[in-house]
Ligand binder design. Structure first.
Ligand code: ADP
Ligand code: MG
Length: 701
């Protein structure tokens, strides 16, 4: 990652020049000056405009050439053609940071693309921290800076937000104002010509004003930098992100939007998972999580207790809890006794604790105190239905008072709308997340629990795996010399052997007589497969016959396969047939593969193979290099994991064998950047061993 100097000057400037400041309200150059003044910026604001004398009471400088040297921040709002000349002058004057709001750069393509490159090069060479171009600006509340043209001033807070989309910035600001949520830093990154997410993560990690980081991204351009910075910061502060452009239609929109090309969604998910970034599926979840993380302590365990004044919502919440990684806390006997002492006889003393419809605030207060004292309880969700006897505001106060004296996180769910609104307001003002329905509440608590676990996860272990890279490289060179890109099974097996991967006994036979001899050597039953460097999908041409039990079957299969292939693929060179050991009885088929992502590198996948792969699409992903823990978990994450573990007395498959294959594949992926895709399909595994029964590698063009 190229270092960006002077981010401090950007977020804590003394002197700010607005290039293109305007007297006319409604113009961006006017709004920026007005926002700076309204934010109460204590330093000097210098509007720059060739025609005006005074803007909003501030004396105007006519020309950038007349600005003082060593300026901390320039906010640039002039037309696109004028940006580079102005920046060249400012660079000579040792400008430290710039926010280029002006649009018309990379996002319009053609000339704009080159203009942006020149701007970025200039700033990089002159150590100017450049935000944008094509952005909304930057807000930094600790230094009372609002160098943006956004409507409304957010309050101070511990949440930092950066976004590739200016429009989303506007929406988030508006939401924050309504919810009374403040920000530390609020950054519209725009085209990210210089300062990108990775730089923001590095800065925010050390930022004492920030304890929760939110981001909206459409694409990441320096995947390795991004991952490194993310992994470092998430150990200290939660990072919650939205990645858009996830569907095919979304990806199209992203590329025409900020000139960004969205990477593959699975790669992003894997990158987030590997680095501990919490992914919010939608903007609402992002808001909810931001609020929860910034106001409540992390739960120390999965135990959730529900306190409710009505049965239905309690069950809904319990159902949501059941589906999550949280668990319904089992209250200890002493807590149950304590609850019994003051709750009505018909209340439910077990989780969910139903204090029934006539519960007043006092009953809530005592119940909360009791459950919070229980060591089995790590988090509390208080549900309130606006029954006729519900004391909406008094109950809110009881929750607030209990939260004030407890180190455990407390969340509220005030079901409904109009009647509960005053209570909801009170709770939010006191920093207690309050939801209208149980499901999003559970989602927030689950994310916080997950994050706490992530923080405690020990560093991963990377195994020592050695492959004979020279032998493997020879295979790739031979294939390339021939002008091919696909390494088919009978050649790729040599790569497998170079990495000590388990392959079934295989012999290349050039005639049916040779095939029979090979079968006898291997032992019946055998498999016959077409061997041609041009045919990588062998079954498609009828090129695979399994379970051949005797000499006649092998002979017939050989003649049948070769004749058929010749007819269907007259272009293909046919070397003969592979005679292969049959997989052991009861073996299950799994698929192990990888595809190289442009940003994040090799993305490994694991799933059930054979017919299941197409139908169930039950696949899990991890980015290389795989740790020992990754190899374990990628297998356990698929939905059909139980099929491998064995049902109804079946023996479990040899998991260690699959893990070993995964780790070796990861190694091949990192050893050979020229291998673009790889697939072991199937890997046949039973309780004893695993065999890579087919392999196909694709080289990079
Ligand atoms: P391709 O994928 O090129 O069509 P494969 O080598 O994967 O060809 O063979 C097709 C199918 O035949 C496999 O998915 C598997 O079900 C079966 N098969 C292949 N090799 C073996 C083997 N050694 N033992 C048992 N079954 C096999
Ligand atoms: Mg196959």
């Amino acid at each position: 990652m190229s270092e960006v100097a002077h981010l401090d000057a950007l977020f804590h400037p003394q002197t700010v020049a607005v290039i293109g400041a305007s007297e006319k309200p409604g113009k961006i150059g006017h709004t920026v000056v007005a926002n700076m003044i309204e934010a109460g910026f204590p330093g000097r604001i210098i509007p720059v405009n060739p025609k005006a004398d005074e803007i909003l009471g501030l004396p105007v400088v006519k020309d950038v050439a007349d600005l003082p040297d060593g300026l901390d921040l320039a906010v640039v709002t002039i037309p696109v053609a004028a940006v580079l000349p102005a920046m060249e002058i400012l660079a000579k004057k040792q400008l430290k940071s710039a926010i280029v709001i002006t649009a018309g750069f990379k996002e319009v393509g053609g000339e704009g693309y080159y203009l942006e490159k020149k701007l970025a090069d200039l700033c990089r060479e002159s150590s100017i921290a450049l935000i944008g171009p094509n952005c909304l600006g930057v807000i930094s509340t600790p230094s009372q800076v609002n160098a943006s043209f956004a409507a409304g001033q957010p309050g101070a807070g511990k949440i930092a937000f950066f976004s590739q989309s200016g429009a989303l910035c506007v929406a988030i600001l508006d939401w924050a104002l309504g919810e009374n949520i403040g920000f530390s830093r609020f950054v519209s990154l725009g085209n990210k010509a210089l300062v990108s997410e990775a730089h923001m993560l590095a800065f925010l990690r050390d930022d004492p004003h920030t304890n929760v980081i939110l981001g909206y991204i459409e694409n990441v351009e320096h995947g390795a930098d991004f991952m490194r910075e993310a992994a470092a910061v998430t150990r200290e502060k939660p990072v919650i992100m939205i990645k858009s452009g996830t569907t095919a239609a979304g990806a199209k929109a992203a590329s025409s939007h900020t000139g960004a090309i969205a990477g593959s969604d699975q790669a992003y998910s894997a990158a987030f998972k590997k680095t501990g970034i919490i992914r919010a599926g939608d903007v609402e979840t992002l808001f909810n999580l931001a609020q929860a993380f910034s106001t409540q302590p992390l739960p120390e365990g999965p135990g959730l207790v529900l306190v409710t004044n009505s049965g239905g919502p309690g069950i809904l919440a319990a159902d949501a809890c059941e589906k999550s990684t949280l668990s319904m806390a089992r209250l200890s006997l002493s807590t149950v006794e304590r609850l019994k002492s003051f709750l009505p006889a018909y209340a439910s003393l077990y989780n969910p604790v139903d204090i029934i419809g006539d519960a007043d605030a006092e009953r809530y207060r005592k119940t909360l105190a009791a459950v919070l004292d229980d060591p089995q309880v790590h988090a509390v969700l208080v549900l309130l239905c606006p029954t006729s006897s519900a004391q909406i505001e008094e109950t809110a106060q009881a929750i607030i008072d209990n939260a004030a004296t407890s180190a455990k996180p407390i969340f509220a769910c005030y079901m409904g709308g109009v009647r509960v609104e005053p209570g909801r307001r009170m709770l939010l003002a006191a920093g207690i997340p309050c939801y209208a329905f149980p499901e999003p509440a559970i989602k927030s608590i689950e994310a916080m629990h997950g994050y706490n676990q992530w923080k405690k996860t020990p560093d991963p272990h990377f195994p020592a795996i050695f492959g004979n890279t020279e032998e493997a490289a020879k295979v790739f060179a031979t294939v390339r010399e021939r002008g091919d890109m696909e390494v088919v099974e009978f050649q790729a097996q040599e790569v497998l052997r170079a990495y000590n991967l388990p392959t079934p006994k295989t012999i290349l036979a050039r005639s049916s007589t040779e095939a029979v001899a090979a079968a006898e050597k291997i032992g019946y039953p055998v498999v016959l497969k077409i061997a041609s460097p041009q045919i990588s999908h062998k079954s498609d041409v009828g090129g695979v016959k399994v379970n051949l039990g005797d000499e006649a079957a092998v002979k017939n299969a050989f003649l049948d396969i070769t004749a058929r292939t010749q007819r269907l693929r007259p272009d293909a060179y046919i070397a003969g047939c592979l005679v292969q050991e049959m997989a052991p009885k009861g073996a299950r088929e799994v698929i192990i593969g990888f595809k190289r992502d442009d940003q994040f590198g090799p993305l490994l996948m694991f799933g059930l193979g054979g017919i299941y792969v197409e139908i169930l699409k039950d696949i899990s992903f991890r980015l290389a290099p795989l740790s020992v823990e990754d190899a374990r978990n990628i297998i356990r994450e698929i939905k059909s994991y139980m099929l491998l573990k064995g049902v109804r007395g079946e023996a479990p498959v040899n998991f260690a064998a699959i893990e070993g294959i995964l780790l070796s594949m990861s190694r091949i992926a990192t050893d050979f950047p020229e291998v673009y895709e790889a697939e072991f399909n199937p890997v046949l595994v039973n309780h004893e061993k695993a065999l890579v029964a087919d392999v196909r590698l694709t080289l990079k063009a």
